[in-house]
Design a protein around this ligand. Structure first.
Ligand code: ZN
Length: 96
């Protein structure tokens, strides 16, 4: 699996990988930073660009970064990444 090992055993992360692939978990659109760059999460594997035709295809984070950047000329990916786990957990809390 193309993710940091510390994530590979995390239940929320496994849930994310499985549920996005199956379509159960729909991730919200990308957040942008102050420069309007797209913010990717650590361990994020799926493209969230609206209308992406390969949004259920898993990428390594580095490849995802390149993939997302190719969607549009005005899409630039921010250098920093934040934690996916806390992000997933926030989303789950919101979903409840
Ligand atoms: Zn895409």
């Amino acid at each position: 699996m193309g993710c940091p090992t510390f994530l590979a055993k995390h239940p929320a992360y496994l849930c994310y990988v499985r549920e996005v692939a199956s379509g159960e978990l729909v991730m919200p659109e990308y957040e942008r930073d102050e420069k309007n760059h797209v913010i990717l999460q650590v361990g994020e594997q799926y493209c969230r660009y609206l209308g992406c035709t390969v949004s259920d295809h898993p990428y390594l984070t580095g490849n995802l970064r390149k993939h997302v950047g190719r969607h549009s000329e005005d899409v630039q990916v921010a250098d920093g990444v934040t934690g996916l786990i806390s992000f997933i957990e926030q989303e789950k809390v919101r979903a409840w």
